[in-house]
Design a protein around this ligand. Structure first.
Ligand code: ZN
Ligand code: ZN
Length: 264
């Protein structure tokens, strides 16, 4: 069995897909996906996201503000209040994205630091988004003791030097369908070096559908394509990759109840 460690189930275009959320989850379960972590991007939309997924035992939530959605100062009190919910197993996604935004660096940095403090306070792991902001991301993680709550750098596309620094802080690295892209040779080399016991897999759906689904709306069922690709890349069996990344998921997000009843 496998896990989609990062998806945005409330952002899927169900009309375009011609499917309901029930269908999307059923399709994924048929592809051996046993758990879904549905990731929040704004505090305003969090309550409705939670409502959409609340009936599903195999879906967990995170709570936080995406760096590109952080328009103003982080409302840390509100974050704490919302993130205290039982279904919330992680804080984020938070982080820094300098690729798409040149003028909000300071707002992003303050918000990121605020999320780390809340994660430490609530003892829930962090989901970190980082793009074109390697040094600042690591600096803020260190300055705010991100190693205490731990977490994951999700949809990782940076270099090995950064991966190594995050691994040294005890963090996990999550890989999305980007690794299957033809031009992703640098990332493929990085993935070969990530230790198996720190690796997670995700879709980040509805964005970034993996080969052979490129151009389509990404959905959690496609995390299986990511798993097959990485198993190949690492020269191990699909089964071994599935087992290890699933164990990793439950070790990191230890508030999630294991579907198969095992304890990691
Ligand atoms: Zn992200
Ligand atoms: Zn995301």
């Amino acid at each position: 069995m496998i896990v989609d460690s990062h998806c945005h189930l409330d952002r899927l275009d169900f009309d375009k897909l011609g499917l309901s959320l029930d269908d999307v989850l059923a399709n994924a379960r048929a592809k051996q996906v046993e758990h879904f972590l549905c990731v929040s991007v704004t505090l305003e939309q969090f309550p409705s996201m939670l409502e959409k997924i609340s009936q599903y035992e195999d879906v967990s939530a995170s709570c936080g503000v995406h760096p590109l959605d952080q328009k103003d100062k982080l409302d840390a009190d509100r974050l704490i209040q919302l993130a205290n919910h039982d279904k919330v197993v992680a804080i984020g996604e938070t982080g820094l994205d300098y690729y798409y935004s040149k003028d909000t660096h300071q707002v992003q940095q303050e918000s990121f630091a605020g999320h780390i403090d809340v994660a430490n306070q609530l003892q829930k792991p962090l989901i970190i988004h980082t793009r074109d902001a390697k040094a600042d991301t690591i600096d803020i993680m260190r300055a705010h003791n991100a190693q205490d709550c731990g977490g994951v750098l999700h949809c990782f596309t940076e270099d090995w030097a950064m991966a190594k620094q995050a691994l040294d802080l005890g963090f996990y690295i999550s890989i999305s369908g980007i690794v299957t892209f033809k031009n992703a040779t640098a990332l493929q080399e990085v993935v070969k070096q990530i230790p198996m016991d720190r690796l997670l897999i995700e879709t980040d759906s509805p964005y970034l559908a993996p080969v052979p689904h490129r151009g389509k709306t990404n959905q959690p069922a496609y995390v299986q394509d990511v798993a097959y690709y990485i198993a190949d890349l690492k020269g191990i069996s699909y089964k071994a990759l599935a087992e290890q990344t699933t164990n990793n998921f439950y070790s990191l997000f230890n508030l999630v109840k294991r579907q198969d009843g095992r304890t990691t």
